[in-house]
Ligand binder design. Structure first.
Ligand SMILES: Cc1ncc(C[n+]2csc(CCOP(=O)(O)OP(=O)(O)O)c2C)c(N)n1
Length: 396
């Protein structure tokens, strides 16, 4: 299939955005995306991140695809099963088929080549072999049904298209330093720290002007919900279940799709470390409306407080080295609130690392808002649409 025809089908379905880690089978598509000014393709650092970015874009009302080599389907299983499937997000996955049975290929593709289709189906995706005749109907159906779907792309299915211009780039080896330096020591708990910034997260909510707030998986989401969303009134919130490490990629997708809306990602140190490559994607793409807050307790607190390597890592310096515009570290409540307020007024991407202690309330509950309702509520908020209330959940 000529890539121009394929691109036209994507456009007919409103798909102008995509993210991925390439396979040579997708060179025509990546070149086409890069050259057509109507289209926006982000180069992700992992396939899981690509899924998260495409999910954020799709949720923000701009349908998107994630493309990957089938070897990278292995890197995407967690976001596919614990995000796309759970929230029923209609993201399009384009997966190449290296190691297709009966075709000679390199040994590393042999097993994945045999199980690609089955694995994709097992991961909860409606799975098709990409065919020019059927693609348009299949995409229409997946969008109508609101389900994630994967198309397995065989060698030569996509062809033609423009050559990408040669890459011309320079690097500056003297990375900018964070704007504050010193020694920091946690004093507040995560719940106290979150409580401190609630007014900033809720500001403008009644007028629909509040930031979109994305909270990482684990106790951070649970505490944020318990603090003031038990009546489901905080429509600007998205609680990640599972998909550890994907809050930043998802936030990047939302920020890219909705450049006029501030986006705040509340991350954990363990989650950020799991997909540290996302710092580079954010630093490279530089979304002006993205504000990244890392609540850092030096531990995987949600699973019992096992230490992470975070004490050895200067996240603010890393963020600046990766291309963020501003990055700072803080360790007390009033400073946290004041600095975040300043970050929200500053052009992003910004990173604020807040040191916190480990531990949480003994009686900490879990969101009663079902993941599906949480998704629909957040989608309505970021697309400025009305939310008709929960379908599956009952507030307290
Ligand atoms: C892929 C994956 N691995 C492990 C887990 C289990 N898990 C859930 S939350 C969590 C800890 C997250 O740590 P951090 O981001 O630092 O947040 P904290 O719990 O400290 O607030 C872990 C390991 C998971 N949900 N997903």
């Amino acid at each position: 299939m000529q890539i121009e025809s394929f691109g036209e089908i994507l456009k007919q379905h409103g798909v102008y955005l995509g993210a991925g880690v390439p396979c040579s089978y997708f060179t025509p598509l990546v070149n086409y995306m890069t050259i057509d000014p109507e289209l926006d393709y982000l180069s992700a650092t992992s396939e899981g991140e690509a899924v998260a970015i495409a999910a954020g874009m799709t949720t923000a009302g701009k349908p998107a695809f994630a493309l990957m080599q089938n070897s990278g389907l292995g890197n995407a299983i967690n976001p596919v099963t614990s995000m796309l499937y759970i929230y029923r997000m209609p993201v399009i996955l384009l997966v190449s088929h290296r190691g297709q049975p009966g075709r000679p290929d390199e040994p590393q593709h042999a097993l994945m080549g045999q199980i690609t289709e089955e694995l994709s189906t097992l991961c909860g995706m409606r799975t098709h072999v990409l065919s020019p005749e059927r693609f348009t109907d299949e995409v229409a159906q997946a969008h109508a049904d609101g389900v994630p779907a994967a198309w397995i792309c065989r060698k030569g299915t996509l062809e033609g298209g423009p050559q990408a211009p040669p890459l011309a780039f320079e690097v500056n080896s003297s990375a900018a330093t964070p704007s504050n330096q010193g020694r920091f020591k946690p004093t507040l708990s995560r719940e106290q720290a979150i409580g401190n910034i609630l007014p900033l997260l809720n500001r403008g909510l009644d007028a629909g002007k509040a930031p979109a707030v994305i909270a990482t998986t684990g106790k951070l989401s649970r505490e944020l919900y318990e603090l003031d969303d038990r009546d489901f009134s905080r429509s600007n919130r998205f609680y990640m279940v599972g998909s550890m490490g994907c809050a930043l990629g998802f936030g990047l997708g939302v920020a890219r799709a909705r450049p006029g809306r501030p986006v705040v990602v509340l991350d954990g140190d363990g989650s950020l470390l799991m997909k540290l490559g996302s710092l580079a994607t954010v630093g490279f793409t530089r979304p002006q409306n993205l504000h990244h807050v890392v609540l850092d307790n030096g531990a995987h607190d949600s699973t019992g407080g096992q230490p992470t390597p975070s004490p050895a890592v200067d996240f603010a310096a890393l963020a600046m080295a990766a291309g963020y515009r501003l990055a700072e570290t803080v360790d007390d409540g009033p400073t946290f609130q004041n600095v975040l307020e300043r970050h929200l007024r500053t052009e992003g991407p910004t990173l604020l690392r807040m040191l916190i202690t480990t531990g949480s309330r003994k009686d900490l509950g879990r969101p009663r808002l079902s993941p599906r309702d949480a998704y629909l509520r957040f989608r309505a908020f970021v697309t400025d649409s009305p939310w008709s209330g929960p379908e599956e959940s009952e507030s307290e």
